[in-house]
Ligand binder design. Structure first.
Ligand code: ACM
Length: 491
């Protein structure tokens, strides 16, 4: 059946009607003409209560058009994305084969994390990324908004967090303050919600806190030579009041059930905890032995505050030994060289998102010839598209079975130490985002790399059409590496 020059879309079921204008706009971004109609459209949206999974849909291509059926708006939205992909693959005037596609995701958590502390990309680029996440049916945007190099979110009660803490980035510590106002955050959260993407903020603590401490030095727990003023001070009551007040403003801005509190790499800069009298007193009073127990005390205090505010904590995999309540904590497993952290998380019953550095950190390079970006320090391993596609087979989890309902999904993470421009950001994300999306959506038995690889020819045409910078992994010389900053890297 041939694709008309102007695609008409109608909602047979009124509750799907609000999806149409956004879909028509997204078609325009792909240079496809479309409009909403009250008559019978070439694409028709139908509510079918037989579909219980809110993200499930059925798409029927017949001789007269396309019908998208779903039980919920999420599923209908994904059916429309599949229609868009089919139309993109064929082009208007092209011919679509009749088909019925019944589809539902493998994982409920299909995430992407962006670090805007090391380098800030800003609203326009984030919206572009959200558009492309939606196109790929990804549904969780984890936003790393604070770290040592810059605090990127306005907190009205503590204005110095942005007037002082947002100054600088990894390549230029004196760069003018860059951050999101609360109005901009609200706008982006709504933009994401319109695309069925939940935004999960991360406020990293008790480490990675240098930018906050630059603004409010009274809450410093010190640092190390390499990471000065790296931690918040767990021995001062004021620290908990300060952080809880921040979290209250964060919670008011983000409707997500989750707040990510980091909890990673505290040992990079907590050696002064041994020498601060208030922390020694805390240890005595609470019977804490050693710095890890102090870290755990801190995490439990913050977790309690978040539970009282009716939200669920997410932490990096360091938190699995902190004794946080299973019913109110999710763990992100990021250290592939520490499979025992994953095993402990499963054994303790935590909900888990898998995002191991290899192969899901998209700031690792994607080709052996690439010089910027990370490679694993031992052996130079990196993250080519094929490895992203094959995730999460047991090879990537050191043989630990991930066939437990505790595994909620997978996520690609983009740290920006080596990514300082929108062009480089896109180059590192694409085309691996397409592989990540398929890894998150598709059951193992339906995955087929050869088939995916073939379909990527069309997808790379689509990237070109919408002006995305990407790495053509099939012809590396046609897409030279977009250079990163000449500054330091990490493991
Ligand atoms: C991390 O990469 N430090 C979670």
């Amino acid at each position: 059946m041939s694709v008309p020059k102007v695609i008409t879309v109608s909602a047979v079921s009124g509750e799907f009607s609000p999806l149409i204008s956004e879909f028509v706009e997204s078609l325009k971004k792909f240079s496809i003409q479309a409009k909403k109609t009250e008559k019978k459209g070439w694409i028709q949206l139908v509510r079918n209560t037989a579909y219980h999974n809110p993200e499930e849909y059925r798409l029927t291509v017949s001789a007269v058009g396309i019908i998208v059926e779903a039980g919920c708006a999420n599923g209908c939205f994904y059916g429309l994305q599949s229609a868009l992909q089919l139309i993109n693959g064929t082009g208007t005037g092209g011919s679509l084969p009749c088909a019925v596609i019944g589809d539902a995701p493998r994982y409920g958590w299909r995430g992407l994390m962006l670090d805007e502390s090391r380098h800030f990309v800003g609203k326009a680029e984030v919206k572009k990324l959200l558009d492309l996440m939606a196109f790929h049916k990804l549904n969780k945007f984890h936003w790393h908004l604070t770290d040592s190099q810059g605090w990127r979110i306005e907190i009205k009660r503590y204005p110095l967090l942005t007037s002082v803490g947002a100054i600088g980035n990894l390549t230029d510590p004196d760069a003018p303050a860059q951050y999101y106002t609360q109005a901009e955050i609200a706008e982006i959260v709504q933009y994401a919600a319109d695309r069925f993407i939940e935004v999960i903020p991360e406020i990293d603590m008790p480490g990675h806190a240098t930018s906050a401490i630059k603004a409010y030095p009274e809450f410093s727990g010190g640092g190390s030579k390499q990471y000065p003023n790296f931690t918040f001070n767990p021995g001062k009551e004021g620290t908990y009041t300060f952080l809880t007040n921040i979290l209250k403003e964060i919670i008011a801005l983000f409707p997500s059930r989750y707040i990510h509190i980091g909890g990673d790499e505290v040992h990079f800069g907590n050696e002064q905890w041994n020498h601060l009298p208030e922390i020694r007193e805390l240890m005595k009073a609470q019977g804490l032995e050693g710095l890890v127990t102090v870290e755990h005390y801190f995490l439990n205090r913050i977790s309690d505050s978040i539970r009282v505010l009716n939200k669920t904590v997410i932490g990096w995999d360091e938190v699995v030994t902190a004794g946080l309540p299973v019913s109110n904590t999710m763990v992100m497993w990021w250290r592939q060289e520490r499979p025992e952290q994953l095993e402990k998380a499963i054994n303790k019953g935590y909900e888990i998102v898998l995002c191991p550095r290899l192969p899901l950190y998209l700031d690792f390079v994607q080709h052996s010839s690439h010089k910027y970006g990370r490679k694993w320090s031992k052996g130079g391993e990196y993250a080519p598209i094929e490895k992203v596609y094959h995730f999460p087979s047991m090879d990537y989890t050191s043989g630990i079975s991930i066939s437990t309902p505790l595994i909620k999904g997978i996520q690609g993470n983009i740290w920006t130490e080596t990514i300082h421009t929108p062009e480089r950001l896109q180059f590192m994300i694409f085309p691996r985002l397409s592989a990540l999306a398929e890894a998150a959506w598709t059951q193992d038995k339906s995955k087929n790399y050869e088939n995916f690889n073939m379909r990527m020819d069309k997808m790379m045409e689509v990237y070109k059409k919408i002006g995305i910078v990407f790495f053509n992994y099939k012809d590396p010389e046609s897409s030279p590496e977009v250079a990163g900053p000449e500054k330091k890297k990490r493991d």
